[in-house]
Design a binder for this molecule. Sequence first.
Ligand code: Q46
Ligand code: ZN
Ligand code: ZN
Length: 304
Amino acid sequence: MKCRVCREPAIIDVRRQNANYCTEHFLRMCRDQVTKAIERHDMLSPGDAVLVAVSGGKDSLALWDLLLDLGYRADGLYIGLGIGEYSDASGACARAFAEARDATLVEVDLRTRYGFDIPNGAKAARRAPCSACGLAKRHVFDEAARLGGYDVVVTGHNLDDEAAVLFGNVLRWQTEYLGRQQPVLPARDGFPKKAKPLIRLGEREMAAYCVVRGIDYIVEECPMAAGNRHLGYKEALNQLEATSPGTKFAFYHEFLDKAAERFVGEADDAREALVACDSCGAPTPSGTCAFCRLTARAQVEIRA
Ligand code: Q46
Ligand code: ZN
Ligand code: ZN
């Protein structure tokens, strides 16, 4: 197995590209793919202050590393979700990376700041853990970007993640979600700009990237992810990919090139006029935002 570029021994094959790479050219390929995604979708400008949503997993740490290497001013934001050992270990990985790269890590601990964590907050508010967690993460990222003066929040969603979400949305023809499934969302109504620079790289490459770069990441999945529908979609797509490499990339990127535009109107129709939350000031359709309602409910139940 020889590197496509230099013919030296390769360390990884990327079947959808029909190519093998040595360490040096694999890292270069990853950087090139991120650059391509950023340029093609107008995700970042050179002087932008970037906030990376860091979970301690391979994708977000690889993304942070790649952006620093590409010369971006990128700080990390880690949210302490309070999910037992999983949170302890993932926080340790995020801190170790920041220290090794001499990068700035902003930390927000849900329990300290808002008085609840994901397991007890979700229970108290009678929401599925991932739904409470998603709501909390979005709120904290938006607020941290606003308060910290960041231009854009980036997340480590990779090709496998986006293809699985697209698959789910297509299976049920959720046209409103299809209209919102863009790799970059411009800033609007008090929300920061959001972008996903890893959409041209797969899960396996991100794991290999971390190994090659000596980045310690949390390998275990969050224990609350069990039963998540997207895991099944990923498996189904992986089976298709095994017999027909490139299927996943074509499915998602051809959607972006040829079909995504057609659904944008659906998302616009569903978009309500927003006002400032009467409790935290974040944009919301009316009154108190969903996050403040979750917080209030969780605090009452937990205190009782
Ligand atoms: S952290 Fe949170 Fe995920 Fe855990 S509770 Fe669900 S959403 S699975 S990315
Ligand atoms: Zn090479
Ligand atoms: Zn609020």
